[in-house]
Design a protein around this ligand. Sequence first.
Ligand SMILES: Cc1ncc(COP(=O)(O)O)c(C=O)c1O
Length: 308
Amino acid sequence: MTTDSHTTHDADEDLRNRDIRIWVNGALLHRDEAKVSVYDSGFLLGDGMWEGMRLYNGTWAFFDEHMDRFFASCKTVSLDVGMDRAGILDALTRTAAANDMHSEVHCRLMLTRGVKVKPFQHPSLSRTGPTLVIIMEHSTPVDSLQSAGIRLATVPQVRGLPMSQDPKLNSHSKLNCVIACLQAEEAGADEGLMLDPHGFVNTTNACNFFIVRQGEVWTSTGDYCMKGVTRQKVIDLCRANGIPVFEKNFSLYEVHGADEAFLTGTFGAQTPVASVDGKPVGNGKRPVTERIRKLYKNLIEETTGRPD
Ligand SMILES: Cc1ncc(COP(=O)(O)O)c(C=O)c1O
């Protein structure tokens, strides 16, 4: 990476993260001690599901929406969570308490099919129940990303069809996205803009993608991408606040001619896009993105309480 490169997950360095405790199947272990077996299905095959969530003022933002997606994904691949969503909340609460964490916290909740008796693919080889790991970090996205914006490059790696590996599944196996990100880096950009199998603009390798054209907000149809919780919140906020919003097919032609573009994800909320394929987005002014960002911040405060 060059020195001016960014990722959408850039956070201010926080030394407290050096000593965090991580949940591994009920044990809360120092990060240096937190380990899973080399026979774990997640390590061997990427056979697991995960969620990224944020804690604000002691409340997990949009917990129900995250759990809806998590449990639906696990059910699709016959992965028995082994607990209900109250059990997950309890594990999250204990992990936050062990780390004295209350706000500006990001968590990665990961569930795999568990430890296998042999290093092969068949799911029946995982016999001892799932592995649940919760990594929580103090996490404040860097301010500079809001002014600088992210640089995207359209990459050759496309989104998968639902009947191969449905891109709606937030699986541990993210190789399709990782390859896209590598291709973006090789093109001198921060993140990859991925097309769907028909050539329409779909999403980036780690976030959902929006453009603004003449006051209208456009995003892909939602096929071939992750059903982002933040994506849906942005669509709902636009609808509730009289901002025209459309889920539709569009091509790079409309992206390169857009007035604004931004990404959405739990980590960074809305991240402006500075350029796509080396072409600057619009004239650098971002009134609609900024309005949506404020609306989203208010929504977070309404649902999790005002900052202490
Ligand atoms: C490929 C991809 N797209 C989009 C998102 C954003 O989803 P959310 O808004 O639910 O964080 C994620 C987050 O996990 C992702 O991995």
